[in-house]
Design a binder for this molecule. Sequence first.
Ligand code: FAD
Length: 532
Amino acid sequence: MPVTVPEYDLVIIGGGINGAGIARDAALRGLRVILLEKKDFGSGTTSWSSRLIHGGLRYLEYAEIPLVYESLHERGYLRKIASHLVKRIRINIPIYDRSKRGLMLIRLGMIAYDLLSIRKTLPRHRMLNRDELLQLEPGINADGLRGGAQYYDAQVTFAERLVMENIISAAESGAVVKNHSPVETIGRHDGRAMTVSYFDADTAESQLVRGRLVINAAGPWVDRVLRKTGRKHRRLMGGTKGSHIIVGKFDGAPREAFYVEAAVDGRPFFIIPWNGQYLIGTTDIRYSGDPGVVRASKAEIRYLLNETNHVFPEARLLPADVHYAYAGVRPLPRHTKGPEAAITRRHIIKRHKRALRGIISIIGGKLTTYRNLAEQTIDRVIKKFDAGLVPCSTSSAPLPGAIGIDEAREKLENFSGLSDIGRERILGIYGGRAALILELTVSNAALSNVIGSEKSVLAAEVVFAIRHEFAKNLTDLMHRRLMLGLSADQGEELAETVANIAASELVWDEPELQKQLDSLRRYNARLKPARE
Ligand SMILES: Cc1cc2nc3c(=O)[nH]c(=O)nc-3n(C[C@H](O)[C@H](O)[C@H](O)COP(=O)(O)OP(=O)(O)OC[C@H]3O[C@@H](n4cnc5c(N)ncnc54)[C@H](O)[C@@H]3O)c2cc1C
C-alpha cells in the first residue's frame, strides 16, 4: 500500500527562539506547520545568550538606530505577553577618567535610548555622581571613578522557557512540533512542494514530510542545513563565539546589574545578578567551527574573571570559583572584515532562488526581536501563498504561562510543603501554567511530594514536563524544563530523584536510567571550565 506523506504549508527547521516564534505565529494564523528540532527545543544558541531583552545600548555606537528602536519596542511587547518570564532589570554603567566612553558620550547614549523607547513603560535613565554610585555599590573600584549612569532594560532568566512557551502555544494552535528529530535531507517533489526527511524520535525511523515552503531557522547551523539540499550555495553565516561564566556571590558583589568596559581592551561586558548567581559575559570572537561543540576557553574565562576582579577588587575570583561556563555562536551574517562587534545584529529573512527555491533562511537576529522576525517572516509567506489568512496577533496574545498567574499564585499559597522560594521558583518558570501542575497532584498523591533541601521543587513537575512539555530525556528535564541544571550545583542534588520519577513515567529500566544519568553528567561536564 502506498504510504501517504503528510503535507504542511511550512516545514520549519530549528526549534530555537526563532523557529519556535515562527511556528507560533504561523499556527496562530491558521497555517499547517511542522517544526523539526534536532536536539531539544531551545538547546542551541538561545540557551547560551546573556538572557537580556534589551534595546542594545552598544548598537548605538554603530548607528544601528532602527535595530535599537525595534528592540526597545519588542521589549515592551515581551514584558506584556511573557510577564512571568521577562522582568525589568536596572543596569549601572560606571564611568572612569580612563573610560573609552566618557560621561558626555554615555549621557548622550542614555538620552537616545530613552527617546527611542518612546511610549515605554520603564523609567528613564539617571546619571549618578561618584558618591551616589559608591553609596549604592560600595564594592565598586573607586580608583578614577567619575560617576555613572543607571538605566532600565529587561531580563529573561530562563530563555529556554520562552522557547518552550512559544512551542506550547504553537502546538495548542495545531502545529506538529518534534524535538530530537534532525532533518536529514531537503529536496523538491514534482518541482513544486518541498520534501524533507528527518529522523523521528518517536518512531526511531526516518520519516518524510512535504511542505509548500521550508523555513531554515537553524541559527548558526543555517549553512549546514542548506547543505542537506545537496546543492551548492554561497555561505551565509559568519558567527562569532560568545562565552559567559557563572559564579556565586563574591566579596564586594553588586546588588544590581553592571555594564562595564573591560580595562584591557575597552569592550563592554555585563555582570548580572541571575538565578541566585552572577552571569558574567560576554566575549565576541570570530568562529567558523561546529557550533555544537563550542566551549568557553581558558583564555576567555581568565579574561572575564580578571575584568570582574578589576571592577570589583574585593572579588578576587579564581577559576575554581566558576560554577560553570557556557559558550554559544551568534548566528550573524557573514562578514570577514572589520571588528566582530561591528557585525550587524539585525536579522535578514532570505528567500532563496533557483536551486534553493522554496527555502527561506533566517540569518542573524536577537532573542529580543524574535517576535517581530516571526511576524515579518509569516507576512512574507502569506503574501506568497496569497491566502488571506488572519493577521498577526503575537504582539498582544499572551504566551500560555502569562495567563492566570494570580490564580496560580493563590493555589500555590494553599499548597502545603513548598517554601516561599519554591512558590516563586515555580511561578517564575511556569507562570499561570503552575495550576496545571498542581492538578496532577490531585490524582496522584506521590506527585505532591516536595523534593530538594530548599523545598522548592514538586515531583509533579517532572511528569508535567514529560506529558505536556515534550521532555524526552533527563537532560531536557534538568536543563530546559525544571531549570535545575542552571543552579550552582548544576542540579546534582536532585538529578537522581528526578531521574527516578521520570523512569516510572517513561518506563526506563535500570540500564536506561544509568544511561540517562551518564548522559546528564557528560552534558554538565562540558559546561565545567577546562582545568588551568
Ligand atoms: C554569547 C551570546 C549572547 C547573546 N546575548 C543576547 C542577549 O542578551 N539578548 C538577545 O536578544 N540576544 C542575544 N544573543 C543572540 C540570541 O541568543 C540569538 O540570536 C538567538 O538565540 C538565535 O536563535 P535561533 O533560533 O536563530 O538559533 P538557535 O537557538 O541556535 O536555534 C537553532 C536550532 O536549530 C537546530 N538545528 C540545527 N540543525 C538542525 C537540523 N539538521 N535539523 C533540525 N534542527 C536543527 C539546532 O539544534 C538549534 O536548536 C546572544 C547570542 C550569543 C551567542
